[in-house]
Design a binder for this molecule. Sequence first.
Ligand code: ZN
Length: 218
Amino acid sequence: MFFLKTFFGKSKDQMADFLVQHARYQTMGRSGAGSYSNCCKVHSLGLRGAQLNKAREVVQLDNLAELIGAPINRFREETGGQYTVGFNGRSGGHMVLYSGEYYDSEYKSYCKQCHQRNYQAVPEGKSAPCAVCSHPRTNYKVPPRFHRVHSSGIDAGMSREDFLELDEASLKVKFDLVQRFDQVCDQVRSEFITLLDDFIVIEEQVMVPQMVKRLARI
Ligand SMILES: [Zn+2]
C-alpha cells in the first residue's frame, strides 16, 4: 500500500489526527474550499528508473484517465455517485476526493450511427432522423446518467477540535471515507504501473474531421 495507511486501533484522537494531517488540495483557488488529496506526480509515485522514464511519456496519453480510471468508477458507483476522485492541478498531479451526484441527462433517444443524442423520444411505430447524419434514431432503454461534482469542498477549514467534537460514529464515517479514498488512489497507481510494465507508447497520426464556419455568397 502506497497511500493507504494501516491503523491499529482507531481512537477518536487517532481518527482526528489522521483527517487533519491528510494532504489537501485547494480545489477552488482562494475561495477556501478544498478537499483531501494525494500527490500523483510521476516522480512521487515510487517508480524505478526505466518505469519513471516511461511514466513521463505515458502521462501525456490523451486517454490516460480512461485507461486507469476503473477503480474511480467503482468507487463512484459504490457511493451512489456521492463521491468521486478527480485529477487536479497542473498536468493533473493531484488526485482529489470530490462529493457529487448523478443526474438524469434527459436525453430520450440517440443515433447508432454517429452517437448524437436527442431530447425527443421517437414516437412508437414511427421513425425520426438524426439531426446530424439523418440515420433513424433509437430510443434509450435506460436514459444515460451523468455525474457532476460539487464545488463546495470536503471538510474545508475543519480543525482537530472540530473533528473531536463530532460523535464517534460520524467521525468514523469521515475516517472510513478518506481511507477508502487512499485505497482508490493506490488502485489507480497500480493500474498506472501495470500500463508501464505491459505496454509501449506508439505514436500515430489521426485524422480529425473538423467543422468549420465560412461565409458563402447568397
Ligand atoms: Zn447520426
